[in-house]
Ligand binder design. Structure first.
Ligand SMILES: Cc1cc2nc3c(=O)[nH]c(=O)nc-3n(C[C@H](O)[C@H](O)[C@H](O)COP(=O)(O)OP(=O)(O)OC[C@H]3O[C@@H](n4cnc5c(N)ncnc54)[C@H](O)[C@@H]3O)c2cc1C
Length: 339
């Protein structure tokens, strides 16, 4: 019997395992093969205020920083907004792997396989993995958008997600790019270009429910966008991913707690998810290391993040229904750095 069974060794699950494995008996169930752990299609951008405080050892000691970023530009029709940031572009694979390896060093047990929960009386009774059974006092859903446990009390629906296509390209000769750039031509479509040393991380995203052939259209949109910016560098890697864009939910019920993407902790406005994943992992670890009670964890989350994210979510939904979305983006921009 484990104290905690964590499903998913992404940034949220591995961070939690790292924080609690010294004091508790923990297992981390991950369906990926060991060498795949750490890989994620991502924009690789993270704001300093999340990681400087909550990641130990820090990013510099982990040797995962690709580039420091000090400026952000958001282009909306007719206007470019500029702001200052303290941001990092990180080697996402190396970062994910380091968190995972450090968690193992602290004594966490890794079980390779796809987790299937078995419920009894509204609670998780055990997890089936491969042909075995895993039992724990608390089960943590850190399985990202799969939401293996959370989906038993809140189902995934297409309108809760943004679909993204992302490429890592070689930076074309003569192009200088040292800031985070987003282009929002209309309310349900957005592009980004983030610098990674000699490479650029370029992507596009739209609502998952945006109709038929959405994947084909997004690829075409990105190719036209790159052409318009002169970003004709060789494509080194590409992939698809879903980003949750939903209001904050109660993260814990009975003997289950959800963190990271499984718990819709992504910032509803600008879609940063790495920071909130690490933050909720830290918050949960404090609760697990004292006496875990679902209600007090929910309350804590609500007071620290949930209330603020609900406000942003409602603002976003209202803006999407009106012609005022550009005004909204300007308002959002003023708050962007503090979120
Ligand atoms: C295209 C794209 C761009 C993004 N850009 C940024 C960005 O620039 N900045 C930012 O902050 N955020 C960004 N995000 C969001 C960020 O990547 C996520 O919020 C963050 O990685 C969530 O971490 P997680 O640990 O919750 O989930 P994940 O990293 O998805 O990890 C979940 C893990 O659970 C495992 N798993 C799933 N089901 C099971 C199962 N049944 N059994 C066992 N294991 C299972 C998976 O294999 C996976 O390893 C982006 C996301 C996408 C898709």
């Amino acid at each position: 019997m484990y104290d905690v069974c964590i499903i998913g060794a992404g940034v949220s699950g591995a961070s939690l395992a790292l924080n609690v494995s010294e004091k508790l008996k923990v297992c981390l169930v991950e369906r990926k093969k060991p060498f795949e752990i750490g890989y994620k299609v991502c924009g690789d951008a993270v704001q300093g205020h999340w990681v400087d405080k909550w990641v130990k050892p820090n990013l510099e000691r982990m040797n995962v920083i690709l580039q420091l970023v000090k400026e952000l530009r958001i282009e909306i029709p007719g206007e470019t907004l500029r702001g200052k940031v303290k941001g990092y572009m990180i080697d996402r694979y190396r970062f994910g792997r380091r968190l995972f390896e450090l968690a193992l060093d602290k004594g966490c047990e890794y079980i390779m396989g796809s987790a299937k929960p078995v419920f009894k009386g509204g609670k998780v009774d055990h997890i089936k993995v491969n042909k075995g059974k895993v039992k724990a006092k608390i089960y943590v859903d850190a399985s990202g958008v799969s939401a293996v446990l959370r989906r038993h009390f809140l189902l995934n629906k297409p309108e809760m997600f943004t679909i993204c296509y992302r490429e890592i390209i070689k930076k074309p000769v003569g192009i200088e790019w040292n800031y985070w750039y987003s282009y929002i031509p209309r309310k349900n479509l957005g592009y980004w270009v983030f610098p990674e040393g000699e490479k650029l991380n370029v992507g596009v995203g739209t609502h998952l429910k945006s109709g038929l052939h959405v994947k084909g259209r997004l690829k075409l949109f990105l190719s036209k966008f790159k052409k318009s910016k002169g970003l004709n560098g060789k494509v080194l890697e590409s992939g698809w991913g879903l980003v949750p864009r939903y209001k904050p939910i109660k993260l814990a019920r009975g003997n289950i707690a959800a963190i990271g993407d499984a718990g819709f902790t992504v910032n509803p406005i600008h879609a940063s998810g790495i920071g909130p994943s690490i933050y909720t992992a830290n918050l949960l670890s404090k609760h697990l290391l004292s006496e875990f009670k679902a209600e007090s964890f929910n309350r804590d989350y609500w007071e620290r993040i949930g209330r603020k994210y609900l406000y942003f979510y409602l603002l976003l939904k209202t803006a999407e229904k009106t012609a005022l979305w550009r005004k909204f983006f300007k308002e959002m921009f003023k708050r962007y750095f503090k979120v």
